[in-house]
Structures are given as C-alpha cells and as structure tokens.
Design a protein around this ligand. Structure first.
Ligand code: SF4
Length: 695
C-alpha cells in the first residue's frame, strides 16, 4: 500500500461527492488520526477543512447505542420482529404501496442494494426514495433524456486538462473544496479560465475571470443564448452532430428564448459566449443551483445541449460535469435506490429489465410503475396512504421543504422506523422504533464519487453498544419478514458480488453501468479493492464515455432537448417580496451531527444567519447583527442578519445546517415550498419566496 504506513488503513471521506481518499490510524483511545491519501486519484493527498477534522468528530456523545421501541430500550430481536411484523401486516392489509423507505446518500452501496432489493423485489413497492431527490435528481433525469442513461461522461482528469471551467450553480470552493483546489492548481499551471454563474457572489468567485450574477432560475435562458451564439458563430461540430438527434428543435427553442430574463447585460452575455466559443476544452460543472429548481431538468439539458452541439464531450478537458452533494449519491443511483429506478441503471417501466431483475433476485413481487418521490412520499404519510415508513440516516423533519408539514406527516404515519447513529434528531424523536447503526469508520463497504470512482470505506473502530451495519439490519429484517434465502448475507463482500453480477444484466441490455468484472471478486480482493472507476466489464474499464459518439438510446444517438425558460414556481409579491436561496457553508455538513462536534469547524460560522443586501437592510431598518424574522406560507425562521452585497437586492441567502436540536428558530426548510420539477420531482430549494422584517 504505497503512501500509507503499515498502521494506516485506507478509506474514503464520508462527506461530499468529491470522494477523497483518507488514511486512518486509530490512536488507541477511541480516536483517529486522519490524513489525505496521496494515492487516491480524487484528491492526491489533499483534504478540505471537513476532511481534516474527521478525527475530531467521533465520540459517543449523543450516539444511539441500543434499539428502542416507543422510547424504551430493547433488544434487536424484539425491535426487528416488530418492524418485520408491521411491514408484512401493512402489505397484507393495505397493499405494497402502503409501505416506504426514505434513505440517504450517506449509505454505502451494499446497504443501498439490500434496501432496494427488499422493498422493490420482496415487499413489492417502489416507494423507496432518498435525500438524493433533494440533491441531483434533475441531473439523473437530464442525463437520461440526453444520453439514454444516467451517465457522467467525464473524469476529474478533465479538470486538469480544461482551458475553461464554468461553474453553474455551484459554490465549488466551499462545497467541493478539493476539486476547487484542483482547478486552481491547473489554473496556475496552464492558465485555465474560470467563469462562475450564480445569483450570489460566493467564495468560488474569488479567483474567477467572470462572475455572471444572473437572476435565480434563469440558467435555461443563458445556455439557450449560448447555443444560438454557437450556431451563429459557426461553432457547431457537424461531424459529432451525426451522433445527435434534436438539433433543430433545440435551436428553435433557443432562438425563441429571451436572454433578458437573466438580468445580465448584453455585453456580459456576449463576453461569456465568446469565451466559450473560442475555447476548445470546456468543462461545465453544475450542482445544486441547477438541480434544485422546478426547471432543474431543463437547465441540465440546456447545458448538455451546448456540449453535444459542439462535440465538447467525452474528450480530454471537455464535458458537462455534475458534482454530487453526498459521498454515495452515485452508488445509490447505481443500485437503483430511487422511486423511479430499478437497479444498475435499468428501467422500472421496461418489461424486459423488470423480468430480468425479478428472475435474478428470485423475487416474488415487483412493482411495474414508479413509486412516490420524496415530496409525495411524505404527503402520503401525512394523509394516511402510507402506513409504515423506514427512514435511514437522514433527518427529513429538518431537511425536506415544508419541514413543519413533513414533521407532522411523520408523526401521523401509523408506524415509523428510524435507523441512525444519533439518538435525538428531530426525526428520531418521532419514531416508533429506533435502530442503532454503525457509523463511518465502524463499517465496511463501497461508495462511488462524482467521477464514477468506486472507493472502499473501511472499519477501523468497533461499533459501540449494539450498533450494527445497515446492510446487516436490513437483511435481518428481510429474513424475519420470511425471505431467509434471499437475505442470507454474511458480509458486504457477498452483497457487492451480487450487485456486480446483477450489473452484468445491465451490460447485456447495452447499458452503461456494468461492473460484472468484479462479480467474482474474492473476499481478500474486496478487502483491498480500489479505488477504480466503472465500468469494469469484459469489454471496458474506466475512462470517459461518448468520445466515440455511442449513446444509450435505442438508436445509439444522443438527444438535444428543446427547452424553454420558465420562472420559478412562485414569484415575489407584495406579501412575500424576497427571493430565498438556501445552501451550505464551508465547514458544516448537512445537519451537523458530525461536523458540529469539531470546535474548529464550528468556529468558521458559529450561528445561523441570513444574508441581506444593504439597500434592503436600510429599507427594513436592519442594522448589522440584528435579528431578522423570515416568513413564508409554510413556516417561519429567525436568523442573524448579515448585511452584504454578495446577494442581490431582493434576494436572501440562508444556510441549511441548523436543526430543531441546535437552533429551534433556524429550521430554514420550513420556509421552502414543496414545489417540484415536473420531470425529476426535485424540490425548488433555491427560489422560495418569503417576507422579512426586523425582529
Ligand atoms: Fe471530504 Fe469533500 Fe472535503 Fe474531500 S472535498 S475532504 S470528500 S468534504
């Protein structure tokens, strides 16, 4: 193991989708020394502040250490017998659609695989969705529309080789810091130009050549204008376009688009188009500012249209590049852990795919239509259609839009199970059954990062109390429901082999996700596995997709989509005059159950806040450090005002991390309306409307 000393264990950071490799060394007192893995291709030894502080985020304070039923500690047999009985009972009495799972991109691929198999193949319900629905569902939908599958075409090497990098709706400097550092290193070496497209001035703008401060939700209009400029400038790639359908319709829509809705000047837009058109090697990185929108899927396709039309895809230094929020959002996509997916990028609504998976699993029941996506799943829990719900490693009572309504829905659900490492989250407090799960550094499995690299997470600490790995808990529940053989798993390696073998079916259907080359991996090879980029099949290993112009639609061609700008679902009005943007801060992760423990991370930005423009602050009589009360049709929050021209007049920015446990008045997702993209079902977390007043 070059780069690691013999006391170190190779693993992967549990936070963002960059997927940095780490080297772990237990200190003998329950703690860990952590450093970046110099041999991991994602980070080459670098870590950001969150990764560097991993060793400070362990410890047993607040850990859930034993199963609980109705608040009373119990043993695993009693808890899981009850869980199994309630799921079977609900399916028998009310049908399979009366049960659901809500999972997390924090889960390992093996955990996800067992969950997806249990609910889709055996309980017969497609009601399995994850917090990835809040993260990159629009990208999945956009990829599928354009490419025929959910394929990330490029690799991180493209960031080193590009001459222009466009960050669309991504504060990469804070949310994927190691990738941002990688871009800065390339910029130093080859002068890579950097453009940031964001309504807000962020840390990513510090080094940017151009910041396009567009109006919230207007990305489609900007990229449509770029497409028309590429056409008018003779920059389309006629040879590559032989592999693409839909140019005419996409151009027609683009020419019908009005770029003035972006709020950018003609000269700003022209400068951006000139730079893009004049640079051969362009990577467009996009993230939540694109995805978290009621037109998120169209935004993704507007970006893909420009890359397809110019053949800037699948080649070194070129391509559209989605960066995922969570460490294993990609692994969840690969196992099919979303309500509208099957497994291994196969389609739930495709009869042949369904039959093949059913036979492979020996499954008694398979849904033939998509299940409820996140927002609808909790609505169904609230109105009684969903009777039994299992929530794993996520805190929807804080993080879902209209969080107060979601909290009420979980409370109203007949029976809720929560698996977590933390005993008293806002969601755990609502559970009938609490199951203690093993945490990062206590469990074994794999994750896939944003550039399709599979890495191993490894256990170096014993799980405390009665905590168990998620795959083990789910498989045990499956056996107690009556499916002993199908869930007779002894190790994550056994599950990984099954997942890899199943992916061979996807390969046989001509799909992209094929890791069947790993289906016979031995336990010891699994132990030392990775990092390696999929596909890993007989025909192909790693690399980029689409340089050859081969796509995954039945005719082998890509699709350009006709997309038109639509405004966000709600516009500011007299009652709710502000546009609310939500996002992350540099040193915290999700609801801070881990990062909140490290003093040096909490020291960066210690309390929840709302950024407000100086003109708005003056109009409202708000002074620096005053409190602001924000209200929307769905909730309220009270936050410290930060007066800054980083936000535009009429806009507010608030961070997402604080909970009912850490700052009861700062649950900002109570403010966000549950308006969703009609294709992807992803909520519009970047463009709610609120009222603001000094408090
Ligand atoms: Fe972890 Fe992401 Fe930071 Fe890498 S960039 S150390 S994966 S949080």
């Amino acid at each position: 193991m070059p780069g690691a000393d013999c006391r170190e264990t190779r693993s992967a950071c549990p936070y963002c989708g960059t997927g940095c490799g780490v080297l772990l060394r237990p200190d003998g007192a329950g703690g860990l020394a952590v450093r970046g893995d110099p041999d991991h291709p994602a980070n080459r030894g670098r870590l950001c502040s969150k990764g560097l502080a991993l060793g400070e985020t362990l410890g047993l304070e607040g850990r859930l250490l034993a199963p609980q039923v109705n608040g009373q500690e119990t043993d695993w047999d009693s808890a899981l017998d009850l869980v199994a009985a309630r799921f079977r009972q609900a399916v028998d009495r009310h049908g399979p659609d009366s049960v659901g799972f809500y999972l997390s991109g924090q889960m390992l691929t093996e955990d996800y695989y067992v969950a997806n198999k249990l609910i889709k193949g055996f309980l017969g319900s497609a009601n399995i969705d994850t917090n990835s629905r809040l993260c990159m569902a629009s990208t999945v939908a956009g990829h599928k529309r354009a490419f025929g599958t959910d394929t990330v075409p490029g690799t991180y090497d493209d960031l080193d080789q590009a001459d222009l990098i466009v960050l669309a709706g991504s504060n990469l400097a804070w949310c994927h810091p190691v990738l941002y550092q990688r871009i800065l290193a390339a910029r130093e070496k080859r002068g890579t130009r950097l453009v940031v497209i964001d309504p807000r001035r962020t840390a990513s703008c510090d080094q940017a050549d151009m910041h396009l401060k567009l109006r919230a939700g207007s990305d489609v209009a900007l990229f449509n204008r770029l497409l028309t400029a590429l056409y008018e400038g003779g920059a389309l790639d006629a040879e590559y376009l032989q592999h693409v359908e839909g140019l005419g319709g996409a151009l027609e829509s683009a020419f019908a688009s009005d770029a003035s809705v972006t709020g950018l000047s003609d000269s700003e837009i022209a400068a951006f188009c000139r730079l893009w058109m004049g640079t051969e090697k362009v990577v467009t990185i996009f993230s939540q500012g694109v995805n978290q929108s009621t037109s998120g899927t169209d935004k993704v396709n507007a970006i893909l249209n420009c890359h397809l039309a110019t053949g800037r895809i699948g080649k070194p230094g070129c391509g559209p590049f989605s960066v995922t929020g969570q460490p294993n959002a990609m692994g969840g996509r690969e196992v099919g852990g979303l309500a509208n997916m099957l497994a291994c990028h196969m389609d739930l609504e495709n009869r042949s795919h369904r039959a093949a998976v059913q036979e492979f699993w020996g499954a008694p029941a398979m849904p033939d239509r998509p299940g409820l996506k996140a927002v609808d799943l909790f609505r169904a829990a609230g109105d009684g259609r969903l009777k039994v719900l299992w929530i794993i490693h996520t805190n929807p009572a804080v993080t879902m839009p209209e969080a107060d309504a979601v909290r009420a829905a979980i409370k109203a659900c007949d029976f809720t199970v929560v698996s977590d490492i933390t005993a008293a989250t806002d969601t755990a407090r609502l559970a009938d059954v609490l199951l203690p799960a093993a945490a990062w550094a206590e469990k074994e499995g794999t994750v896939t990062n944003s550039d399709r690299t599979i890495s191993r997470q490894r256990a170096v600490l014993p799980p405390p109390g009665q905590a168990r790995a998620d795959w083990d808990i789910l498989a045990d529940a499956g056996r107690r429901m009556g499916w002993s053989a199908a869930f007779d798993y002894q190790s994550p390696a056994q599950i990984f082999r099954e997942h890899a073998a199943l992916s061979g079916l996807a390969g046989s259907f001509g799909l992209d996700f094929d890791i069947s080359g790993l289906s016979r991996i031995s336990d010891s090879d699994y132990e030392s596995l990775g990092p390696l980029r999929w596909p890993v099949s007989r025909n192909r290993q790693g690399g980029r997709f689409f340089a050859d112009g081969q796509f995954f639609h039945p005719d082998g061609k890509a699709r350009m989509l006709p997309v038109r700008w639509r405004p966000p679902a709600s516009g500011p009005d007299r009652r709710y005059p502000f546009r609310l943007n939500t996002g992350r801060i540099r040193d915290q992760w999700h609801t801070m159950t881990r990062t909140g423990r490290a003093a040096r991370l909490s020291g960066h930005l210690a309390e929840p806040f709302a950024d407000i423009h100086p003109e708005d602050a003056q109009r409202l009589g708000v002074q620096p450090a005053d409190l602001l009360r924000l209200s929307s049709p769905s909730g309220q929050a009270i936050l410290r005002a930060r007066i800054t021209s980083d936000v535009q007049p009429g806009d507010l920015f608030v961070p997402i991390h604080w909970t009912g446990e850490t700052a009861p008045s700062a649950r900002v997702d109570t403010l966000v309306a549950a308006a969703v993209d009609p294709v992807s079902g992803q909520p519009e977390s970047k463009a709610a409307v609120v009222a603001a007043e000094r408090w």
